[in-house]
Design a protein around this ligand. Sequence first.
Ligand code: NOJ
Ligand code: CA
Length: 546
Amino acid sequence: MAIQYAELPWWKTGPIYQIYPRSFLDTNSDGVGDLEGIRRKLDYLQDLGVRGIWLSPIYPSPLYDFGYDITNYHDIDPVFGSLETFKLLVREAEARGISLIMDMVLNHTSHLHPWFIESRSSRDNPKRDWYIWKDGRRGPFGKGYPNNWMAAFGGHAWTWDKPTEQYYLHLFTEEQPDLNWRNPEVQEAMLAEMQFWLDLGVKGFRLDVINYLVKDAQFRNNPYHFRMTYPRRHDLQHHQFDRNQPETYEIVHRIRSLMDRYAGASEDTMLVGEVYPDEGVHAPDLAATYIGIGKDLLHLAFDFSTIYTSLTAADLHSVLQTWYGVLLPGAWPCHVLSNHDQSRAASRLCAGADNEAKKRVLAALLLTQRGTPFLYYGEEIGMEDGVIARKDLQDPLGKKYYPFHPGRDRSRTPMQWTGDSAAGFTEGKPWLPINRDFRKRNVEAQQRDPSSLLHWYRDLITLRQEEPALLDGSIEFFETGLQENVLAYVRRKAGSEVQVVLNVSGQTRPNPIRRGGTVLLSTHRKPQGTIEHDTRLAPWECTVYK
Ligand code: NOJ
Ligand code: CA
């Protein structure tokens, strides 16, 4: 069947695949993935049906936060290659119908960025006000922190800088000083950096912690609260004054205007924002406020509720209904189950019995919802969290700042391409250990096996692109079935209807869909002509009917 997506912008038409470049494919045996490695796998991604790639940061970085601390926003770190390789990558991806988006870290730079080196050099340096500098506050015990703000990774958000005797602000590690977005020069400078990539043919940006950009003008103390959340918070602080300030939307609007200048008639540039609320708090309503209706704000924003959900029909239903419910009419949703900061959904939600069957349910869910699905590299082969000894941890979050955190390295382990040594990822020593299951779980093995998870993903992606109702139809959930742990919904578009039923349990369950139809795709039934509906669903069955 013909692919239906001609009139939609690319970012609405298919999955966007997040690559953590250090871990995708190493082509020069230094144990770290590189751009040439990504280039060599473009055919693989095209074959999977991917329409966009989000690259986690590849800019020069001293790696205090593995690339999220940048020293130069318009270059490539030599470990990944050069601007020449990058241009080639953009061209070859476009030729396969795949657009590239960069990870843009606007809130902070590296402490080794020349701007910060200048800024900290003296109080009257012209770049002093590009960052946020404050005197200590006098208290009963002498001078203390300017206010009570705590950093996202734990500890105070202020660091004392002896040479000029002031504190600077950093909402993440002390090696990531926050830029002062109230300064128009900072805004100009960062917009110019983004323009640099747009001129090279990049089609969009994932905006790191976009809701943190602007800080309270009076630097008021954050209030405390004692709500218990999961995962447990370290600061019991409600980040009222250091995040989510109303002026942030004005900046987002400026960025959007830049994007629209590069968009062309087909709306082919895109911004997706990471809107991160307080640790462990679901905030779909907050994420929704960043999505533009028309041309004012972001195209997409992540709602991380799926990160904190459990694998039951009732919970999934409630998370999804809430997300759709808070979006303004006309807003386009997106969905994400895994990323480089979280335990992989394959481990978080699918652990224990029937683990492979559960992964199929999640894939079917992600790829038949309304809006753009985001895939995290390796998700399509069911990659799980790596087991990393504390002594091998690289992530500062687990290693230095937050000793009870397992570290984020577990979801950043090398892609498992083959069953050969080092999983075909490198001929050197991989920067993080390869997961133990790579001999069984790898792309090559799954490509050979038509019943593999990889084939399931590919079939779902193809179906999503062939069925207008799946691509951009409406969605309506059946409430019946939820009690039995069955999630069912119907997608509709212009008279055509697709029904999806997911048995989110390891038991046989009644099938809430009773009408006859054609099976388009199923974990348990053969696609064929009109069939009488079975009234029962097999354990973990996923079926898409038309
Ligand atoms: C969110 C990113 O996803 C995370 O990896 C990073 O540590 C922080 N922002 C700081 O940039
Ligand atoms: Ca390499």
